[in-house]
Ligand binder design. Sequence first.
Ligand SMILES: Nc1ncnc2c1ncn2[C@@H]1O[C@H](COP(=O)(O)OP(=O)(O)OP(=O)(O)O)[C@@H](O)[C@H]1O
Ligand SMILES: [Mg+2]
Length: 269
Amino acid sequence: MLDSSLPKADVTEAAPPVIELRNLHKRYGDLEVLKGVDLRAPQGQVISLIGSSGSGKSTLLRCANLLENSQDGDVLFQGERIRWHGGGLDRHPADRRQVTRIRTNLAMVFQQFNLWAHMTIIQNVMEAPVTVLGQDRKEVRARAQALLDKVGIGDKAEAWPAQLSGGQQQRAAIARALAMEPQALLFDEPTSALDPELEQEVVRVIKSLADEGRTMILVTHDMRLAADVSDHVVFLHEGRIGEEGPPSRLFGSPETPRLRQFLSAGQAA
Ligand SMILES: Nc1ncnc2c1ncn2[C@@H]1O[C@H](COP(=O)(O)OP(=O)(O)OP(=O)(O)O)[C@@H](O)[C@H]1O
Ligand SMILES: [Mg+2]
């Protein structure tokens, strides 16, 4: 190999983050939701996003996943910049193929699971690898079953989504995301719709993914989960980063009054 003389550590250090946002601005009409946000999700790290309702967490994830256009700043995937056409509210990606390629490498898991109700659980997991990536159905089925086993619902492969508990549905949604073998997973409040005991089933799966070294951005209201799994926590406040740092520092000794207030309000609830 050409670069075999390079020490491995140098190669790793030189690797760009899987996802990077630089000075990102996003508005809906007159409402400025993101006011210049910088965020990096390095390979193998878990970044948690916390903040009050309406602070822009979901919007940020949707901009990172290119489900939403932003008006200024940059979105990068593994160091590759999204190319834009036009400016301001007219700005949109210049190359749809670039967007599709990047989006198939970023899997999103939503609060409301969003499983396809007319497909069995295993069909849900198989659908995108077969139709989007054109992979062999038989091989995909074997992998899908293994993923369902991994998240603890291997026996539900032939069930319909409506026959599963919320926690089981969310684990199916995680298996479906993993089936695309994405470079990063983006979670938007994956446990918020669940009762506490069902929540724990999903938390266990998320922790095991973090232990495997998956790259993840996790929006969550669950401060214990954020403290447990994150390498880095970002507190979003009114469309800006209010404070960020390692979880021990951010939760242990928050520096800004806003974060202190946010954390103590959560404990009181
Ligand atoms: N499609 C949209 N059109 C107009 N305004 C929107 C749209 N989506 C979000 N907003 C507004 O943008 C702001 C940020 O919303 P966002 O959903 O990103 O917040 P959030 O931090 O995810 O909140 P929550 O914790 O409640 O999920 C809110 O004021 C919201 O009303
Ligand atoms: Mg949200």
